[in-house]
Design a protein around this ligand. Sequence first.
Ligand SMILES: [Fe+2]
Length: 348
Amino acid sequence: MSSAKPPSEERKAFYRRIDPICLTPLWECFADLISPQPTTPCRPYLWSYDEVRPFLMESGALIGAKEAERRVLILENPGLRGQSTITHSLYAGLQLVLPGETAPAHRHAQTALRMIIEGPGAHTSVDGERIFMEPGDFIVTGPWSWHDHGNETDRPMVWLDGLDIPMVRFFDASFIEHYGQDEYPQTRPPGSSLATYGANMLPVGARGGDHSSPLFHYPYARSREALEQMRRGGEWDPCHGLRMEYVNPANGGPAMATMSTFLQLLPPAFNTAPYRSTDGTVFHVVEGRGETTVAGQTLSWQARDTFVVPSWQVYSHSVREEAVLFSFSDRVVQEKIGIWKEQRQETP
Ligand SMILES: [Fe+2]
């Protein structure tokens, strides 16, 4: 939408004369550039795991993990087709590693998160430490960290990938380096980062981890137990139930520099108060069943489904079976630059 009044012939002639030297009048596009409130072409959408899984398995016969480098079906927002994004700033996809396969070692400027969906026992390695993953585990792979994935079990392994690809693309700052072998050498025993940073202690003098958490494996068993313990306090947030943020234990900040990540517990029959915020958010259902109303649509979800709520659209969850939702957004970046906003519509 541009200015309400169509330009006069005199103005149009002026625009034509300045166009060859790459000039354009701000007054014709001001309202689009600086809108009174957020506008987005992103649409709410839900990917049913039951519907997607057969296609994902079919892709396993179509291409090997090595040839594909990463065998992923991208979750592409219906309002942004062709752009490989789930919101303007975030990428999400479902990755499959079949038994016996390896997704070869590489590192890149983009930060990645993983939320494990199925296939316990396969491994991922980050900067020389191998960990074995269980459904619900949350994995951080910081910028320029070597990583590879392997599946030595007899079952397929599937996880949700979340990356800041669109942000890095926005900055024209993408780099990737291939290690040249399937696996990066193991230089630290499995479990090192969890032992070093995941026990409410830090090595004396340890600081840093500015760009991503030095703790890169957040086992679901621990996160789930924390929510279970907190339930006893009964302090439910009307908009979020019990919602916890994954943090970097070395500095107390978000686990990654570009993506905020959360895990929330919603008890049966809980209806959240309407809420909106400027960070378009990707939700993944770890447990439970329910529905989310957003922008006049109702998204019915169950365990393993993934759905997206665009920026500044009012949403609320209704829970049928006790639910645990993982979510991620660009909130950390918006907070850093002072533009993040939320609006709660609680009844007094
Ligand atoms: Fe990668």
